[in-house]
Ligand binder design. Structure first.
Ligand code: GAP
Length: 461
């Protein structure tokens, strides 16, 4: 990462803490690695992103329905999915400073791509081939242990009252989509859906990430927004292309600029996959994955058929043809989207000799839509009127009332949390019923009658 990008990242992280978007977990106890909490504005931003995704993926679709499956599931599900045997990251230890490092990340730093499905032996071979280029990021030594693969599933002791080590652990789910696969038949039998159709869900996932990096980009607890689309074998790739196109357009609609997005094609595919692409965003630390759009063949439902003993095949009502549905998936993390949206929105503008920091969120994603201020906090008639305006606007918009400090300070604070409009109640308001509305991006102010505010915001949001 260049010095400038490092500083940009630091400024984003610091704004997130200072302005109540993201806090490190358990801070008063010294912190808890790779877990973060979302503050009052962070949770609004997250919710707006999740609503946006849900509207695009479920509400506006005739052929996709929602689901909310539980975090705890039968342990056999993780055997069927391949996670117990194969869901692991390669780890090495620096022999000098004992830092534990992801071997694939070290390779990535020197421009070598390791495939996540590589065996321990294969990745160690690749590491040896590139060993002279790789140095420990902490102490710069070039002396490592050989790589070992560590399973990423997080175990719980749920229901494990015997403490028998042979008893199968219950895991906290490592991805949300397994809940979708195991409910495929329930949805099919209870809702009027016909193939092709999709099931979408938003929920928490947990992974024992060895090295958590880059703020909220890679954490041990995170939320996924996943959609699994079930197709016939013949239609899989046609539907896959449609999904890829839609998912690209989704990010443009979300306000990310096209120059900051790119497709990354997986060159080495797992044996069952037909094709796999990731959508990458240009974070301050470079282009990195935000979403995976993958054509998975019929592996998922075949595995669950095999392990559960329940027939998960589908019979086409028109042709009578029976088959195990193929799956195409679109899987994205909420936090990665939050970080991409924060990066895209972060703006510094020179205003005279000062620098204005403003989060130029698309209005639909802004945590607070309208801030309402009385010009002076010690004038009860202004405060009362401001409360009245706030009371009516908050019925339809997420609003904030602020009477702290002078108006300039309040504007700066609202700019930093990305509030599109500030409404100020002043002495003229008491005479003519009009208020000042200030636009975040242009900083232009206009007088608007209180009676016309609702219509103004309706046309601007
Ligand atoms: N069902 C497919 C699946 O889970 P994945 O590539 O492992 O695929 C999908 O994860 C998305 O979930 C990623 O593109 C990323 O946005 C998010 N994600 C995965 N691991 C994450 C982590 N440790 N922290 C934050 N987000 C993560």
């Amino acid at each position: 990462m260049s010095k400038a990008n490092e500083e940009l990242m630091e400024r984003i992280v610091s704004l997130c803490k200072r302005r109540g978007f993201v806090f490190p977990s358990s801070e008063i106890y010294g912190g808890f690695a790779a877990v973060y909490d979302y503050g009052p504005y962070g949770v609004e931003l997250e919710n707006n992103i999740k609503d946006f995704w849900w509207r695009e993926m479920v509400q506006r679709r005739e052929d996709i329905v929602g689901l909310d499956s539980a975090i705890f599931m039968h342990p056999k599900i993780w055997e069927a999915s391949g996670h117990v045997a194969g869901f692991s990251d390669p780890l090495v230890e620096c022999k000098k400073c004992h830092a534990r490092l992801r071997l694939d990340h070290l390779l990535e730093e020197v421009g070598v791509q390791a495939d996540e499905k590589m065996t321990e032996e294969e990745i160690n071979k690749l590491f040896l081939e590139n060993a002279e280029k790789i140095a420990c990021p902490s102490c710069k030594a070039k002396n490592f242990t050989s790589g070992k693969k560590f399973n990423l599933l997080v175990k719980s002791n749920l229901g494990n009252i015997t403490e028998d080590p042979k008893e199968q652990p219950v895991y906290l789910r490592g991805e949300t989509c397994q809940g979708i696969y195991v409910n495929f038949k329930n949805v099919l039998d209870s809702v009027r859906v016909k193939i092709p159709f999709g099931i979408a869900q938003i929920g928490k996932a947990f992974r024992n990430e060895i090295t958590a990096r880059q703020f909220i980009f890679r954490t041990r607890e995170f939320e996924q927004m996943e959609m699994q689309y079930f197709t016939s074998p013949e239609d899989e790739m046609k539907e896959y292309e449609k999904l890829r196109k839609r998912r690209w357009e989704y990010y443009l609609k979300l306000g990310l600029s096209e120059k900051n997005l790119k497709w990354h094609k997986h060159e080495k595919l797992v044996f069952y996959a037909k094709e796999a692409y990731d959508i990458e965003y240009k974070f301050p630390f470079g282009f990195k994955e935000v979403e995976g759009v993958h054509a998975r063949g019929n592996y998922d439902l075949s595995q669950h058929t095999k392990f559960s003993g329940k027939d998960l095949s589908y019979t086409d009502p028109q042709t009578g043809k029976k088959f195990i549905p193929h799956v195409i998936e679109a899987s994205v993390g909420v936090a990665r989207t939050v970080l991409a949206v924060l990066t895209e929105a972060y703006t510094e503008e020179k205003i005279g000799s000062e620098t204005r920091v403003v989060m130029k969120f698309p209005k639909i994603l802004a945590p607070i839509k309208i801030a309402v201020f009385p010009l002076l906090k010690n004038k009860p008639e202004l405060v009362k009127k401001a409360h009245e305006v706030f009371g009516s606007l908050k019925e339809n918009y997420m609003c904030e009332f602020d009477d702290n400090g002078n108006i300039g300070k309040r504007y700066r604070r609202q700019d930093e949390i990305g509030t599109p409009y500030c409404v100020t109640i002043d002495f003229d308001t008491l005479n003519d019923g009009s208020v000042t509305v200030r636009d975040r991006d242009t900083m232009k102010q206009e007088r608007i009658k209180i009676a016309d505010l609702e219509a103004f915001f309706q046309s601007n949001f």
